[in-house]
Design a protein around this ligand. Structure first.
Ligand code: NAD
Length: 496
């Protein structure tokens, strides 16, 4: 049992304990200023998270730097064992972490939060087994010269995470970084910091002080201070396209490697021979409707062959109507809230644009919760946009809400061209029972993660990352650890 988790009688005690503090150098370090964190389901103040600026950020980077040499000197497999043990500890305490996550994100405890914590633990366990895969190569340069490459850690890694799946996205960064011998400073999301702190503190029980540090604060004061810090050797960022650009420029100024996991507008192509029994639930899971559509991978452009369109739409509306929108902590709830008022306005503004478009239709599904204890502001109904012109902003931009456009198609070449006509390239899926169509589409779709007859979420051992303005580099998998959290050194030894 985690001693950290044992300190807390309930989720609210976790939130109170992390009032205005950072986790730096193995200690809880109070900060002078804090940021209000609201409960999205009620609108009430949930707690206050540290508002870190350059001074607090520097302290975290210095702690990570000081811990670096000793951590890198531990055999890689032993580092991995500690990370795996941290994963098991997180799993043992998943309920407490999930309850905190549901309170701060508004995501439903049953459909979203428990699964997220379990996946986060799984990522730690997966990378924990990869310590001895940090191999180099020998190169047959000359028989009298031993020529080889070795892999070294980069140093201090800055890991910046968003609010939508904060634990999974944090673990995809810290697990490979730590196993590869780096030390880490995580910048938690200011909207959802507390579960990140709790999960990180459970992990920190298995690590030497300073190897993992967590700070919170807003982007301009905390995130920017971290990306500009001269002792940060690598930046790994998940978030919006706009901030990704700022972060990339910050890395370029100091010539440090940057990995970016940004937004998406992922197409889902339903062919004439697709099975509706797969495609309709696939659209609901692909759009992440139970997460209020707040997913970078969301299948938000659904192209359905004209022969299936009406049946697909009827079945989709019926299934969405059956989902219960309500209190994230209620076990009967399928769909919780949107994260904050700013995001809710973004979503409603896009829907208003669709409503104002001649010929377009807007179909709202489900029912708003009637519970008087809940604030209605951040609940939203799953919304389908029909018959939009292809250049409509709702088909071009990431909305990051429960809004999917359903478009009718008749010509295969045309639908492939439309699917690829996007500045993003994160994910795509094709739904068909024909192997040739599936192979053709997967080879031609311009996305980093292409699936057939399913819309899986991120898996720890499967490379994940976008093309175009969806980002740079991969997360998950051995490939991500080697490519993004190590540097390769070439050594040539004369044997004469
Ligand atoms: P965001 O870009 O607003 O914020 C992400 C993080 O960056 C936060 O911690 C924020 O404080 C920090 N930040 C803000 N300004 C910064 C700056 N100037 N310098 C450094 N850090 C700064 O994103 P969000 O609203 O938290 O999350 C939603 C976005 O994340 C969506 O666009 C979504 O597509 C994207 N996302 C991508 C993936 C992926 O794997 N591709 C996964 C989840 C979310």
């Amino acid at each position: 049992m985690s001693q950290i988790a044992c300190q807390f009688p309930d989720p609210q005690a976790v939130i109170a304990a992390y009032h205005n503090l950072n986790l730096v150098g193995g200690a809880r370090v109070p900060t002078a200023a804090g940021l209000d964190v609201l409960n999205p389901a009620t609108g009430a103040l949930l707690g206050r998270a540290a508002a870190s600026g350059p001074v607090e950020t520097d302290a975290a980077v210095q702690a990570a730097k000081a811990a670096g040499a000793a951590w890198a000197a531990i055999p890689a497999r032993e580092r991995g064992k500690r990370v795996a043990a941290a994963g098991r500890a997180l799993l043992e305490n998943f309920e407490l972490v999930a309850q905190v996550l549901a309170r701060e994100t508004g995501k439903a405890i049953r459909t979203e939060c428990r699964g997220e914590v379990k996946t986060a633990a799984d990522i730690l366990e997966f990378y924990g087994g990869l310590g001895s895969e940090l191999k180099g190569e020998t190169i047959p340069y000359s028989p009298r010269m031993l020529t080889m490459t070795t892999r070294e850690p980069l140093g201090v890694v800055a890991a910046i995470v968003p609010w939508n799946v904060p634990l999974v996205l944090m673990m995809l960064k810290i697990a490979p970084a730590l196993v590869a011998g780096n030390t880490v400073v995580v910048k938690a999301s200011e909207d959802a910091p507390f579960a990140t702190y709790l999960a990180a503190e459970i992990v920190m029980e298995h690590l030497p002080a300073g190897v993992l540090n967590v700070i919170s604060g807003d982007g301009p004061n905390c995130g920017a201070a971290l990306t500009a810090h001269p002792d940060v050797a690598k930046i790994t960022f998940t978030g919006s396209e706009e901030v990704g650009e700022i972060v990339y420029k910050a890395g370029a100024e100091r010539i440090v490697p940057v990995s970016l996991e940004l937004g998406g507008k992922s197409p889902m192509i339903v062919c004439a021979d697709a099975k509706l029994s797969k495609a309709v639930p696939g659209a609901i899971s692909g759009m992440r409707f139970t997460r209020q559509g707040q997913s970078c991978t969301a299948s938000s452009r659904i192209y359905v062959h004209e022969s299936l369109y009406d049946a697909f739409l009827d079945a989709l509306v019926a299934d969405l109507n059956a989902l219960k929108i309500g209190d994230p902590l209620d076990e009967r709830t399928d769909i919780g809230t949107i994260i904050n008022a700013k995001q809710a306005k973004v979503v409603s503004d896009y829907v208003a644009k669709a409503e104002a478009t001649a010929g377009a239709k807007v179909v709202r599904c489900g029912q708003m919760p009637a519970d008087a204890a809940l604030s209605p502001d951040l609940f939203a109904m799953p919304t389908l946009l029909l018959d939009l012109p292809e250049d409509h902003p709702c088909l071009r931009d990431e909305i990051f809400g429960p809004v999917a456009a359903i478009q009718k198609w008749s010509d295969y070449e045309d639908v492939i061209a439309k699917a690829n006509d996007s500045r993003y390239g994160l994910a795509a899926s094709v739904w068909t029972e024909d192997l040739s169509t599936a192979l053709d589409a997967t080879s031609r779709l311009n996305a980093g993660y292409v699936q057939v007859n399913q819309n899986l979420t991120i898996q720890p051992n499967v490379s994940y990352g976008g093309f175009g303005r969806s980002g740079l580099g991969k997360e998950a998998s051995l490939e991500a650890m080697l490519a993004h959290f190590t540097r390769s050194k070439t050594i040539v030894i004369a044997m004469d």
